[in-house]
Each structure stands twice: as C-alpha cells, then as structure tokens.
Design a protein around this ligand. Structure first.
Ligand code: SF4
Length: 612
C-alpha cells in the first residue's frame, strides 16, 4: 500500500512544518510505504520567479482593462449599485478597484519586480547576503511586492508570506468555501494543482492525507483535495488542528464527503493515522478508526471515537527523509521540534491552543537531545524552534544541562510562561544550551485582568524575569492582548506603556486584539465576566464577533494598528519591529551576531517603513 502525506499552502515557506513528517515517522515505523511532501513550499517556488510575476502583472493589466469596460457598460454608477448586487458582481467590482488602486499607486515599481525577484530569492537563501541586513530587507520587500502581483489577477483573495485571505465579501460558511474552491477567477491554486495532481496520479497511491493546521490552508487544501478526488482513486483524507477545532461544523456538511474527501481526521493523529492505514489495507473497520469522520453509503456519517491517549514516549521521531531543505526560503534551516503535547497550565480563559490535545506530556530531556543530535548529524541542522505552547522551567533546566553536557552547538527559540522558576541560573543555562529568543506571554499590565484571564503567574515578577533573561543574552518578545472584556482604556494604555518604556529589555512584541475563540474556556462564561454575547463570522471561522463590556472589536483593531504604526515610525531604522513576527530570521541573526548587534543595529534608511 502506498501513502502520501501533503502539507498544502498557505504557510510561511521559510522553513518546514512538523505535522506531515511527524505522521510519516509513525507510519514508517509501523512498516508502511509513505512519503511526505511540502506542496506549500513547492507552490512558493513556482510563483516567486521572474517569469510568473511578469505573467501575473500582464494578466492583471488585461483583467483591469476587461473589467473596466464591463463595469462602464453595466454599472454607470458602480458605487451606488454596489450594495444591491449579488456577491459575484460585487466581487468583480472589488477586484477591479483593488487592481486599479495597485496600478495607480505602484505601476512603475511593480513593473520592475519581475526583474528583481530571482535575485531577492537568492538573497533569502544565501549564507552571506542574508546576513547583510540592508540586502535582506530589500529582498524581503521585493518578495512582499511580488506576492502582491502574484495575487492581483485573483483579488480579492490574496496570498502573503504568512497568510492567505479569502474573499472578504464572503463569510467562512461552507457554501462560500465551496464556491472559492471552484472559481478560477479568485483561486490562484487551481491550474497548478491540476498539474501536480496529474503527476501524483502516476504514483498510483492508495491514500493521500492533507494536513490543515490553520485557516490559511482551508481553501487551498479543499481545492487540492477536490482535484485529487477527480484525478486519482486514492482515499483522500484531510486532518489537522483546524479540522479538529471545527469538527462540529463539518458534521453539518455531509456533502463534503465524496466530492472533496473520503474522510476527515480529528484529534491527535499519531495513532489514528496508523488505524486509518489499517483500514485502507483491509485490516480494520472504518468504525474502529479513532477521530475519523466519513460517510456511509446510506448517507449517514461515521464519527470515530475520540483518539486514544498516548504518551510522548510512544511517539517516534518525525521523518524528514526526502525533504529537500534547499527549497525553503532561508539560508539555514530552522527546524520545528515538539518537546511535549498540550499545555501544562491549560487554564488561560482566552486560549484554545490545547484544544483537541488530551493531556500534557513531555519527552524525556535525553530523548529530546537525541532527536536534536540526530537532526544535526543527519541533516546538518543546528537551528530549532520548539513549537510547544509552554514548557516548564524545571524541564528547560534539565534539557539545557543535557545539551551543555553533549556540547551540541545548537540554537533555539521557544514560547515560555513568565514563571519565577526562570531564575538567572536557569536562564543562563538555557543561553549556554542555545536559547536565543523567548516568546513570553505577558498578556496585559492590569492585575485585575490577569486574574480574569487566569494566567496563573506572579504579575509583579514579569519584568524582573525578562531583565534576567536579557542579561543572560536572550532576545525577549512579549505577547500581549488588547481589549480583554471589561478592560478600560487606562488599563490598555498601561500595557502599551510597559512595552514602550521597557525597550531596553523587551526587544520585540506581538500585540493581538482580544478574540473570542470558538473553543476557548471563556466561551463557558457567556453572559458574565464582561462577555455579553457573540455571533459567528461564518461556520469555519474560529473567532467569533463578540459583544463585550469594554473596548469593541473595531476600536481594539484601531488601537493595535496605531500602536504598531507608532513603533514603526519611532524605530524605523532598527531591525525591530520589522522582524517581530519573523522569529526564524531573528534566531539566525541572534545565533550569528548575538543580542547587542541584533538589537542595536541601525540602518541609514527607514527599513521598517518599507513594510507598512
Ligand atoms: S495561553 Fe499559554 S499558558 Fe495559557 S493555557 Fe494557553 S498555552 Fe497554556
């Protein structure tokens, strides 16, 4: 039996993602013939070329001309007509407006991008030029503009480096997803996916699994699944965290089965992917596959039991065999590594990260070191991201001591909770072991709100811990939330001031607006604690439109936008905050140059302003 696991667009293509190699590792150990393939990075390689960008630029000009003529003929006053039109017509008007705006502002610069893109891509991969900040940011700017051009013919849908935006005129309901999966005027993936599906069909596969951890992959993944259903006879399955988060809504759409997929997989997949393989090879009934959703011949749905609990020690190492690391847009690979499952705290009211993961468990530090050592010796990789949402400080201390003992010479970054057990000694050990960035959940200044969030940390120690981390040589990134229910304007201002006034120790920050997530604990408190009510943004959107006591969604967005812009203006010639969501690049800079250089680098140009 032959199996293929696919990682679809859209995802940041700088480095590989873990889900597909992780499942491939389990299947290989169980004796299955399986291959993992990152179609996301292949797609970025396809579009980020001189030839493709020139083609899209010209196609957008033709579309602008044709639509301009159509609109002039059909809608003498398009603004007035807009509200009364069906979505398909509104989409045409919006497409024309967006293309027209782009060409009005950026025609000349845009026409040069196809000549610059090949060199820009080579900078991102060059072991010398990547580490020259001036060349790096020119290259990033060129790539950003190239992606705008690649998206132009398909607007209002848009692909950017780290996201994919569906048509904003449509809610994320199945009917709209279905229409965007089939519409070549907004879906940039269809033609290329047909080519890939023809290639894949020659492999005569029995099973194709597609991993979908995030909303940005929903439309591309279902587009691909539908084409693969048409072109191959393999069992097509889509699984992943995003499918798990939306399980109840998928159950309302049996029409997905047959046209798009044969089954969906929910919950942790490490064991159930093997059960699925056993089902495909006739050794198990589909009803006995944990986490599966499929359709019977009579049209009713099979809903597998929740996946079984397992321990990290039962899971084997992910398998990156066959991965071509040179396809990624980075001079050195930053490999994702999972130390554990779930969150050892797991009680923050706003969070849904741990949803679908049944328990907290973590690998033995020696086993984690063995894995890192294997990657270093096998693939020559020495930069890692630990993808865990939270790792206990005591574990980090043990892991660090083991890494120091083995003298592996690696670098890593990770999320962390601001816990008092991150003492100067632990942080210093972590630095010696290779920690270069910590992404701290600062959340907000107000103790009152922190208590409502149930963050479970001593709020008074937070800045001290970050100072000690800074003194150890580690880059501190603070994640914080604006506009938690009942939070006052003054309380929000206090948080923003902490970030602004502690630039000596907070090197970067990740601000986010409070969002009411479908599967967060706070959903149990609707009607109290300041959450009045909510509406959906579409069935498959995991964040609700909330109505809360305090700052409303629109205001929250505006505060965040303004805060972001102020920082960009104020620090426009620093590496930060340009790189503040690009921790892979920051890790590479930290590993090469250290904290002083990375935080104090100043350009003669306003490099941050280039990224507004
Ligand atoms: S916010 Fe972080 S610490 Fe809190 S529950 Fe979520 S993952 Fe755990």
């Amino acid at each position: 039996m032959k199996m293929l696991l696919i990682y679809p667009p859209q995802w940041n293509p700088a480095n590989p993602y873990l889900s597909v190699p992780l499942l491939a590792g389990q299947l290989k150990r169980a004796g299955y013939d399986v291959r993992a393939r990152d179609i996301n990075v292949e797609f970025f390689n396809y579009i980020l070329t001189s030839e493709h960008i020139e083609k899209c630029f010209n196609a957008a000009r033709d579309t602008e001309k044709a639509l301009g003529e159509y609109i002039a003929r059909t809608y003498p006053e398009p603004e007035k007509a807009f509200d009364s039109l069906p979505v398909s017509e509104k989409t045409k008007l919006l497409k024309f407006k967006l293309i027209n705006e782009y060409f009005s502002k950026s025609f000349k610069e845009g026409s040069l991008i196809s000549k610059k893109i090949d060199d820009a891509v080579s900078v991102l991969r060059s072991k010398e030029r990547f580490y020259d900040p001036e060349q790096l940011f020119d290259a990033k700017k060129t790539v950003q503009e190239a992606l705008k051009i690649a998206s132009l013919p398909f607007r209002p849908n848009e692909l950017i480096w780290d996201n994919y935006f569906a048509n904003s005129l449509m809610k994320m309901d199945w009917v709209n997803i279905d229409s965007q999966c089939k519409d070549p005027s907004v879906n940039m993936f269809i033609d290329w996916f047909y080519e890939k599906a023809s290639e894949i069909s020659e492999e005569e596969l029995d099973f194709i699994g597609i991993s979908v951890p995030d909303l940005s992959q929903m439309i591309p993944a279902f587009t691909l699944a539908r084409i693969l259903k048409e072109k191959t006879s393999a069992h097509i399955q889509i699984g992943g965290n995003y499918i798990t988060q939306n399980k109840k809504d998928f159950l309302n759409h049996p029409e997905i089965f047959g046209e798009y997929v044969d089954s969906l997989a929910t919950g942790d997949g490490e064991k159930s992917v093997i059960e699925t393989a056993e089902f495909i090879s006739g050794k198990r009934s589909i009803e006995d596959v944990h986490g599966i959703i499929a359709k019977r011949e009579d049209g009713s749905l099979i809903v597998g039991k929740e996946p079984e609990r397992f321990r990290m020690s039962e899971i084997c190492r992910p398998c990156f065999d066959g991965y071509d690391f040179s396809l990624y847009f980075s001079p050195e690979t930053v490999l994702p590594v999972q130390l554990g499952k779930g969150c050892y705290w797991g009680k923050c009211s706003f969070c849904d990260y741990y949803y679908g993961q049944q328990c907290f468990d973590i690998k033995k530090p020696e086993a984690a070191c063995d894995e890192l050592e294997y990657y270093k010796n096998t693939y020559g990789i020495k930069h890692f991201m630990f993808i865990d949402e939270a790792v206990p400080p005591v574990y980090y201390d043990l892991l660090s001591k083991e890494l120091i003992k083995r003298d592996l010479g690696i670098y890593f970054y990770s999320f962390a909770r601001l816990e008092k057990e991150f003492t100067p000694e632990v942080l210093s050990n972590m630095y010696k072991a290779g920690a270069r960035i910590l992404l701290w959940g600062y959340e907000c200044h107000s103790e009152r709100i922190m208590e409502m969030m149930n963050k479970g940390i001593d709020t008074k120690l937070r800045l001290d811990i970050m100072r000690q981390s800074h003194e150890a040589g580690i880059w501190n990134n603070a994640l914080f939330i604006i506009g938690y229910p009942t939070e006052t304007d003054e309380e929000i201002e206090d948080t923003l001031n902490v970030i602004k006034n502690n630039r000596d120790i907070i090197n970067s920050c990740t601000p986010s607006n409070f969002s009411l997530k479908k599967n967060a604990l706070i959903m149990k408190t609707i009607g109290k604690d300041g959450v009045l009510s909510y509406e959906t943004n579409g069935e498959f959107y995991t964040v609700y439109k909330d109505k809360i006591v305090g700052t409303d969604q629109q205001q929250r967005r505006e505060i965040r936008r303004q805060f972001h812009l102020d920082l960009i203006r104020e620090y426009s010639n620093c590496l930060w905050p340009v790189v503040y969501s690009d921790f892979d690049s920051t890790l590479l800079y930290m590993a090469k140059y250290g904290l002083d250089y990375t935080m104090n680098y100043r350009s003669d140009r306003d490099i941050c302003l280039m990224f507004r």
